[in-house]
Design a protein around this ligand. Structure first.
Ligand code: RP5
Length: 209
C-alpha cells in the first residue's frame, strides 16, 4: 500500500499531505488541472481512499488527494470547499470515519457533487461512518457509497460516470471497463479452483483488498 506522503506513481495524483487547496494546480502546472478532489479526514483514511485514487489513475482522470478534517482543520475545509469549483474541480470524493461530518460539511459549501465514502472505523466497523454520511437532511445531498474500499472504488467510478457525460473518451473507457468486467465474470468457472482475488489491472472485486 502506498504511503500518502510518498510520491505517487500517477503523475496526476497529488500528495494528500502536501497539496494546497488554494494553490490551483497542486502539481505546479506540469500536470493537467485536477478534475476530481479526493479528500479524507485523516491520514489513517488513506488506506481506504487510496482505492479511489488508484481507480481514477487507471482511467487517466487528473485528481488531487488531500487531508481535510472537519473537526481538526475546519478553516481549511471551508477554504477547500469554497475554492473547489473555481479551481476546476467537477466532483469531490470525501471519505471519513466515525462522526463523519466531512462530506456533509464540504457539500454545504460547494455546489459540486460530493460523494461520501464511509471509512470502516475500529469500534463500530463503519456503521457509524455510514449513518453519519448518509442521513443528510433534505437540501444538501451527499451521494453515499458503501463502507470501506469498495465504496472508495465505486466513488471513483461514480465520479468517472459523471465526468463521462460530457467526455466521450472517458465514456469509452468506462464502457470498456464494464465490458471487460462482465467478460471476466462470464469466464469464471467454479470447477477451476479458488477464484482469483487479483485479476488484471482494472479488476475491482469487493474482495480484492
Ligand atoms: C475522522 O476520524 C477521520 O476521518 C478518521 O476516519 C477518524 C479517525 O482519525 P484518526 O484518529 O485516525 O486521525 O476524522
Amino acid at each position: 500500500m502506498a504511503d500518502p506522503a510518498s510520491p505517487q506513481s500517477n503523475p496526476s495524483q497529488s500528495n494528500p499531505s502536501q497539496s494546497s487547496p488554494s494553490a490551483g494546480d497542486a502539481s505546479g502546472g506540469r500536470s493537467p488541472a485536477p478534475r476530481v478532489g479526493v479528500v479524507m479526514g485523516s491520514r489513517s483514511d488513506w488506506a481506504t481512499l487510496e482505492r479511489a485514487a488508484d481507480m481514477l489513475g487507471q482511467f487517466g482522470v487528473p485528481h488531487e488527494c488531500e487531508i481535510v478534517s472537519a473537526h481538526r482543520t475546519p478553516d481549511k475545509l471551508a477554504a477547500y470547499a469554497k475554492a473547489a469549483a473555481g479551481r476546476g474541480l467537477k466532483v469531490i470524493i470525501a471519505g471519513a470515519g466515525g462522526a463523519a461530518h466531512l462530506p456533509g460539511m464540504i457539500a454545504a459549501q460547494t455546489h459540486l457533487p460530493v460523494l461520501g465514502v464511509p471509512v470502516e472505523s475500529p469500534m463500530l466497523r463503519g456503521v457509524d461512518s455510514l449513518l453519519s454520511i448518509v442521513q443528510m437532511p433534505a437540501g444538501i445531498p451527499v451521494g453515499t457509497l458503501a463502507i470501506g474500499p469498495a465504496g472508495a472504488a465505486n466513488a471513483a467510478l461514480f465520479a468517472i460516470a459523471i465526468l463521462a457525460i460530457e467526455d466521450a473518451d472517458l465514456r469509452g473507457r468506462l464502457v470498456a471497463y464494464r465490458a471487460a468486467q462482465t467478460a471476466r465474470i462470464m469466464a469464471e468457472r467454479l470447477d477451476a479452483g479458488r477464484p482469483e482475488t487479483e485479476g488484471p489491472a482494472w479488476a475491482d472485486r469487493t474482495d480484492a483488498r
